[in-house]
Design a protein around this ligand. Structure first.
Ligand code: RIB
Ligand code: CA
Length: 322
């Protein structure tokens, strides 16, 4: 009998090339049981991100996992720019996903926020929320049922930049900038949060050594990711000047943290998020621990890139453990 998974997760996502990397890594990891996917705007509209979520599950042969469609716009602001310039017209690296792979697949008849509340309250202390997109669905879940905060096991998120510069403004990271009001609600709630922000994720790269391994592996997950990553690689080359096909491993850091938290180091700081002005969407951390009264967030600052890539290639390119 295989050992039971150590983490039951709801993956809150805007797929997205790096979202696909994270999801396929999770689906290949015995430590993780994916209870459901919740979708949100971000890398594209919620129509597109929901279609991509359904397609990823079809590709993975996991149409048993429910998808709950969530917010199509931020809580307060109008929908701003979406991320096709980073992820391609189909938000999946221009693999040509302009329709569903399995047209019969449907999201569940429930909003993402309702799905989160229902699952968390039915399994107190068991569910880990893994948001890797704007935090609108989590904020809505808190508004719908504030007791979710005390009933989740933890929140392990990709977003923010504690000490690093931003990636969509001088100070703001995309997922937080996408809905700063939601982010501020999420950081103020009484749940344990681990934040994999740009401090960590821009220090974790995969380059052509990994992408070619996946491409040549014959593993359908690895081969798909190697195809989808091309557009994302070009973006990283032109925008950041990264070489040898390197890309940042933003969203996969959340799953790697769940699998092996010893790969990462961080600090505990309370966070506030300005919702307007030039600092909109920044994650301001109280490093002196004197100014903000909200719960402290565990901000990951460093990681073992070799360890992350070892996990990635073992699980997605059928490379046996050394
Ligand atoms: O800033 C990186 C984040 O923005 C990732 O979650 C990526 O998928 C994009 O949504
Ligand atoms: Ca994402």
């Amino acid at each position: 009998m295989p050992a039971p998974a150590q983490h039951r997760i709801i993956f809150d996502t805007d797929p997205g090339v790096d979202d696909a990397m994270a999801l396929l890594l999770a689906l290949r990891s015995p430590e993780i049981d994916v209870v459901g996917l919740t979708t949100v705007f971000g890398n594209s509209t919620v129509d597109v991100t929901t279609r991509n979520a359904l397609n990823l599950l079809a590709l993975a042969g996991r149409t048993d996992i429910p998808v709950a469609r969530g917010a199509g716009c931020p809580l307060v602001m109008p929908l701003g720019g979406t991320g096709e310039w980073v992820h391609g017209d189909d938000a999946m690296g221009n693999v040509g996903w302009h329709a569903q792979l399995d047209p019969a697949q449907r999201p569940v008849d429930k909003h993402a926020a309702e799905f989160i509340v229902e699952q968390v309250m039915a399994h107190p202390g068991e569910i880990t929320l893994v948001p890797v997109a704007p935090l609108t669905n989590l904020a809505l879940a808190l508004r719908l049922e504030p007791r979710v905060a005390r009933n989740v096991r933890q929140v392990v998120m990709m977003g923010g930049a504690a000490l690093s510069p931003g990636n969509v403004s001088p100070v703001a990271e995309a997922n937080i900038y996408g809905d700063p009001h939601a982010a501020d609600i999420v950081f103020a709630a009484e749940w344990p949060i681990v934040m994999a922000g740009l401090d960590l994720t821009e220090s974790m790269h995969a380059d052509n050594r990994i992408w070619h391994l996946l491409r040549d592996s014959g593993d359908p997950f690895g081969v798909f990711l190697a195809r989808a990553v091309g557009f994302y690689q070009s973006f990283h080359a032109t925008w950041y000047g990264l070489e040898n096909g390197a890309t940042y491993m933003h969203d996969p850091c959340t799953i790697a943290y769940l699998i092996d938290p010893t790969l990462f180091e961080g600090e505990d700081w309370a966070i506030t998020v300005p919702v307007e002005g030039p600092a909109k969407g920044a994650t301001i951390v109280d490093r002196r621990g004197k100014f903000y009264k909200t719960p402290k967030v565990h901000c990951l600052l460093k990681g073992d890139e070799t360890g992350l890539l070892r996990l990635f290639q073992q699980r997605l390119a059928k490379i046996p453990p050394q």
